[in-house]
Write a protein that binds this ligand. Structure first.
Ligand SMILES: Nc1nc2c(ncn2[C@@H]2O[C@H](COP(=O)(O)OP(=O)(O)O)[C@@H](O)[C@H]2O)c(=O)[nH]1
Ligand SMILES: [Mg+2]
Length: 234
């Protein structure tokens, strides 16, 4: 079964307890502190479920730990996974458990606001953590569109070469949004719809989630066989 929303099912499959199974897509949301990860989730949900706040000046995260927020739709559920600093994820047991199950999409939230901490280290961290497979699963959300002023998204990308190179390897264009528009306004509803169209495009292309590759459990043995062979040949 795909991780897609909006797909009409003729007959709903059921689990052993007889309750209908619902498609669940897990969407990991990462990015620098204060770039608007939690606010982005709230924008898509249309309500403030994730705590957010202005702490960029002191590099302190409002989101203290991984938080899963379900977005219940007609035919499926999108579980957004809000995160604190990306650097802490490698040692976060909750993250490591979720990574074993896999993520259907990874949203990198990158702020246009120029004086905020740049996200280039985040792009490096993301590649280090997930490898080049990540490009198939990434959607880049540019927050603080309200700070674009008289420039365009393309001009912003051209001025940020590292981000531009990263974007060139992803399958979809970045989506620029403003998280501070009034919830339920026409503009807010248009933004939600746009984010979901792009997110679904990533989900549709990836039936298999991006997950941690199991390490060979016999590595110690393999290594001892290898050293034996090397010693025999001496
Ligand atoms: N002007 C503006 N402020 C934003 C935008 N997105 C987030 N913010 C503000 O930036 C601050 C940090 O947002 P938050 O979602 O907590 O960032 P996180 O640390 O990445 O989760 C908050 O005060 C938000 O209101 C945006 O698109 N425009
Ligand atoms: Mg947050």
């Amino acid at each position: 079964m795909s991780a897609l929303g909006g797909v009409e099912m003729e007959q709903e499959p059921s689990n052993p307890e007889g309750t209908p199974e619902v498609d669940v897509s897990r969407v990991l949301v990462v990015g620098g502190i204060g770039h608007g990860k939690s606010s982005f989730i709230n924008t898509v949900l249309g309500e403030d479920k994730c705590a957010f706040g202005d702490t960029w000046a002191v590099d302190k995260t409002i989101t203290k730990d991984i938080e899963e927020v379900d977005f219940q739709r007609k035919n499926d559920i999108i579980t957004f996974i809000d995160t604190p600093s990306l650097k802490t994820l490698k040692s976060n047991s909750k993250f490591l458990d979720l990574y074993k199950t896999g993520f259907h999409a990874i949203v990198i939230v990158y702020s246009i606001k120029s004086y905020i901490h740049p996200s280039s280290s985040v792009l490096k961290e993301v590649r280090k953590l997930f490898g080049d497979e990540v490009f198939r699963h990434v959607l880049i959300i540019l927050t603080c569109e309200d700070y674009l002023g008289d420039s365009t998204v393309d001009e912003f990308l051209n001025a940020n070469t590292e981000l531009k190179h990263f974007v060139d390897r992803t399958r979809d264009k970045p989506v620029a949004i403003c998280n501070t528009v009034e919830k339920n306004s026409t503009e807010a509803n248009e933004q939600r719809a746009r984010c979901l169209v792009y997110l679904e495009s990533v989900l549709r292309k990836n039936e298999e989630p991006l997950k941690e590759i199991e390490k060979c459990s016999c590595c110690r043995k393999c290594f001892s066989w290898f050293t034996d062979i090397v010693n025999i040949n001496r």
